[in-house]
Design a protein around this ligand. Sequence first.
Ligand code: BDR
Ligand code: CA
Length: 310
Amino acid sequence: MRVFVDCDPGIDDAVALAYLTADPGVELVGLGTVYGNNSVEVTTDNALRLLRLYGRPDVPVAKGAARPLVQPPHLAEKVHGANGLGDVETEPAQARAVAESAAELLVRTARSAPGEIDLLAVGPLTNIALALNLEPELPSLLRRVVVMGGAVRVPGNVTPWAEANISNDPEAAEVVLGAGFDLTLVALDVTMRAVAREPWLARLAEFQGDRAQRTSGFLDFYSGYYTHIYGERACAMHDPLAAAVLLDPAITTESVRTAVRVELKGEHTRGLTIADLRDLPNTSDERPKVTLVTETDSEVFLDRMLDALH
Ligand code: BDR
Ligand code: CA
């Protein structure tokens, strides 16, 4: 499987990269960065550091958007630490970002192997919207897209209505979700229930080697942040769950096909992801449907994650 990742590392982005790089069946063909959990300068440096840590410094990394299409960015240092990786030190990057933008690298990579590349998008969707501007045929050039973002039947994590990746660039998300990709959406509805708790975190902390030890350090910070939500040291594995949904069909145990729109105007609800979950056979809605994941096997998922980090 050939995978292009667009991300904003970010602690859970880091764990998703650990998982992808551990799978011998995955060929990581490129990585785009975007502002989000931190500035794009920091997320790009983190991506390069993480690819070194996880043994894939050869993967081309392209720096992407520094800001959303319309509004100013909203960074998340409180959740991911001042350096975006839980204030854990990592070895400096040896490689540099390529000269192209993330959108350009994505388009060039997709054109080089039409119908063969899968995209995992786990940051704000600005780069993907920009790539659609460069190449309107992108939905037919990519095989499949898995997006971590949105909150359909559960509260958001930035506002009561909006999840971070969508809330950071609602205009981009609205375009990407309606563009006609073969797209699977992994929203907070399932990621907030894919929780790494104390026994899982303790097992990871026992693993030897830099890869596991640094990742354990990232998650130590992350689970500190999430304590106020789960009432114990624990953390939601948002981006890793999206990676697992992409890699392994057994992780998704329930899903629905539905159109998903993003609220762009609402006085209180800007950034809300609206899925039409009514069963309306004769609907005249022309908007392309996406696959909304509604249930996952989080036990199998968490086992896979530990295996990957061992
Ligand atoms: C998403 O927002 C970011 O903070 C995380 O990395 C994840 O992609 C969760 O809402
Ligand atoms: Ca992310």
